[in-house]
Ligand binder design. Structure first.
Ligand code: F6P
Length: 565
């Protein structure tokens, strides 16, 4: 598969204004790569995966790429080499690799926040350096990592004790969004590597139920809270942190030394001190780490306490291996680049608005939820970097559940519903627990589903099974649902790191094609401001701003009445 630039975009504007185009001129107006792909959507894209596989069985071994321990088999995608070449040419035309290089250099590619985007620096080895604005960010990263390691060791060994002198047995991470989803996902994914004498809990929702349930069976004397918030201003986190402090004081007495039970992860030292946490027990990071790209920063402190510093290093090494692959692999063999381009193909040219993430691995139970923030907060955008409207659809909706549970739930809609839903089927070759032959059963299910997504079952095949004619339409499976099969040898910290980095760079690639800022999240702000304004209205019956809409005012009144206010 060649990384071709055969399709040269030559815009009509270069022709003499108002001049008649000769046949030669017309020939010179080569179509853009986007137009080429639109054409291919009407040919290859309008065909079937069944045909592609039948006519060219060797695609099953050709359309497979490997990197950093991950194997991507995209032979069940509705593409052939002509589509892949055109996608790679589109990437070249849209400057994806230049933008990648700019990110790795530390350029301020998050233009709306005027920030560098340097999560890749979080996993660079200690002996490397990256100078950004005269600062060696790798040195800073390892400075914090070293402090995290010392602290994690103290907690794990029992050296860090609480107010009463008892060792810490419970660690509660309080955070939301990127300060929660990554840590929860990683804890669940790496549970088998965790210290089972420690109980890890995660509190995120401002719904009081979350913290009540998280704490109800814990002993405050043995509980450590990690308040994780980049800004240290987030309503949910600060409210829950306050509730945790109250719970602690209730359990240990008003004069309890709460500093022994609270540490912070933040970029905002002033706010941390204001809350009453000793900044000596604060683990910092930097504004060039986006919340949803932060699970390998100090935000991963709970992960490090659970699995230990050595395994955390392994996790970082996996991230770094995929970073290096993205940075150096040739485009046609570059996993994140290809996955990002396939997501653009499915979204823009095959018109698929959602993607199902289907890990056949129970430990990845929170992986789809994690990916929802990573993908949708990043690429749910409607204007380009310069503020002009995008010209195509952007980020698809990501969702999913581990297999095989999902098979007995929503797969029906994937198989026979009216939308085409592409999927990522993810599994590990070696199980962490060999229980009879259950792992073979699991993987058989993964591969069976991938086959049914791709091939389906025709009316002729159904009828040939002796199905009565009136039932045939009900049993036809249209197939032609694009599917990528992602295999990794074994779920290790390294493997998790490389898998997460794969998706980070996949999101980056698609965002670069669309020309959007994948690193801001302005869309989440308005709701926060309105919620803050509504709290006093719900409590004190303030009339609200004169401009407030009537529906909200009336909902507030009904709520107040229901609460007897
Ligand atoms: O509301 C969205 C968001 O800003 C996310 O981007 C971020 O991960 C989350 O809130 C939490 O923010 P913080 O870490 O500052 O509390």
């Amino acid at each position: 598969m060649a990384f071709i630039g055969t399709l040269v975009e030559e815009c009509a504007a270069s022709l003499p204004v108002g001049g008649d185009r000769t046949g030669k001129d017309r020939e010179r107006i080569a179509v853009s790569n986007w137009d080429t792909l639109s054409g291919l959507a009407g040919t290859v894209g309008a065909g079937t995966i069944r045909d592609l596989l039948e006519k060219d069985p060797s695609r099953a071994t050709r359309l497979v790429v490997e990197g950093a321990g991950v194997t991507l088999d995209f032979s069940r995608q509705r593409v052939d080499e002509s589509v892949v070449d055109a996608l790679l040419a589109l990437a070249q035309e849209r400057g994806v690799l230049d933008r990648r290089d700019a990110m790795f250099r530390g350029d301020r590619i998050n233009v709306t926040e005027d920030r560098s985007v340097l999560h890749v620096a979080l996993r660079m080895p200690k002996d490397e350096s990256l100078i950004v604005d005269d600062v060696d960010v790798v040195r800073e990263v390892h400075g914090v990592l070293d402090r995290m390691k010392a602290f994690a060791d103290r907690v794990r060994s029992g050296d860090w004790v609480g107010h009463t002198g008892q060792r810490i047995r419970n660690v509660v991470n309080i955070g939301i969004g990127g300060s929660d989803l990554g840590p929860v996902m990683a804890y669940e994914a790496l549970r088998d590597y965790s210290d089972r004498d420690l109980t890890l809990r995660f509190v995120s929702n401002v719904d009081g139920t979350d913290i009540v349930e998280a704490l109800h069976d814990l002993d405050p004397a043995e509980t450590l809270f990690i308040v994780a918030s980049k800004t240290f201003t987030t309503l949910e986190t600060m409210t829950n942190a306050g509730a945790a402090r109250d719970w602690l004081k209730k359990g240990l007495g008003d004069d309890a030394d709460v500093a022994k039970h609270f540490v912070a992860v933040s970029t905002n030292a002033d706010k941390v001190a204001e809350f009453g946490i000793d900044t000596a027990n604060m683990f910092g990071f930097w504004n060039w780490v986006g919340g949803r790209y932060s699970m390998d920063s100090a935000i991963g402190l709970s992960t490090m306490i659970a699995i230990g510093p050595d395994d955390f290093d392994d996790l970082l090494a996996g991230f770094h291996a995929m970073d290096q692959h993205f940075l150096t692999a040739p485009p046609a063999a570059n996993l994140p680049l290809l996955m990002g381009l396939l997501s653009v193909w499915n979204r823009n040219f095959l018109d698929c608005p959602t993607v199902a993430v289907l890990p056949y691995e129970q430990y990845l139970v929170r992986f789809p939820a994690y990916l929802q923030q990573l993908t949708m907060e990043s690429n749910g955008k409607r204007v380009r970097l310069d503020g002009t409207p995008v010209e195509s659809e952007t980020g698809p909706i990501y969702w999913g559940e581990p297999g095989t549970n999902g098979q007995h739930s929503f797969y029906q809609l994937i198989h026979q519903g009216t939308s085409t839903i592409p999927s990522d089927v993810i599994f590990f070759a070696e199980p962490l627990h060999e229980v009879g032959d259950q792992h073979d059963m699991l993987i058989a299910n993964a591969l069976a589903q991938a086959a049914v997504f791709a091939l389906g079952r025709t009316a002729e095949e159904v009828a040939a099974d002796g199905v009565p004619a009136e039932l045939v339409p009900h049993k036809v499976m249209p197939g032609n649902r694009p599917c990528s099969v992602i295999m990794v040898q074994k779920l290790t910290p390294f493997a998790l790191g490389s898998l997460v980095a794969l998706y980070e760079h996949t999101v980056f690639t698609a965002g670069a094609i669309w020309g959007i800022d994948s690193f801001d999240q302005w869309g989440v702000e308005l709701g926060k401001v309105m919620a803050a304004a509504l709290i006093p209205q719900l409590q004190d019956g303030d009339a609200g701003a004169p401009t407030q809409d009537s529906a909200t005012t009336s909902s507030v009144a009904r709520y107040r009445a229901a609460r007897g206010r």
